[in-house]
Design a protein around this ligand. Structure first.
Ligand SMILES: [Zn+2]
Ligand SMILES: [Zn+2]
Length: 139
């Protein structure tokens, strides 16, 4: 809370005399004007507008990283033009990672317990390390 600010000046006799008053509204405006001019603090309200921070940085706009989308990205910090494209991109990456993991696994039959199991290793022989150990101790 900012209160009215009274401005005093000493007169001929050294006594303080009130010369003017800055109202709380004015005081508040002076206080916040520093923040208003700080371009890094300006929120990006319009997604189509270039962030002031990058407007004079000579950074060229790039196209959205999402497949099939040619919209230019207004914020150089982002790779995609919108939340929708960003979500699509993340989703597609997750699906690709899932498929890759699935493809790598091969079905094996454990040489110890005879149970079928999936393994990413090409030369897998036993379903669990326990089966391997049991076989070793038994000779
Ligand atoms: Zn896009
Ligand atoms: Zn086994």
């Amino acid at each position: 809370m900012i209160h009215d600010v009274k401005v005093f000046k000493p007169d001929k006799n050294g006594k303080l005399v009130e010369v003017s008053t800055i109202t709380s509204t004015d005081a508040s405006n002076i206080h916040w004007s520093n923040f208003k001019t700080d371009i890094n603090r300006i929120p990006l309200k319009d997604p189509n507008k270039i962030h002031p921070k990058y407007q004079h940085g000579g950074i060229e706009l790039k196209e959205c990283a999402e497949k099939g989308c040619t919209t230019q990205v207004s914020d150089p910090r982002r790779k995609t033009c919108s939340k929708k494209c960003s979500d699509m991109r993340v989703h597609r990456k997750q699906m690709l990672a899932k498929n890759r993991r699935k493809k790598k696994k091969t079905k094996f039959i454990c040489k110890h317990c005879g149970k079928p199991y999936m393994s990413a290793r090409k030369n897998s022989v036993y379903c669990i390390p326990g089966c391997h150990k049991t076989t070793l101790t038994k000779g």
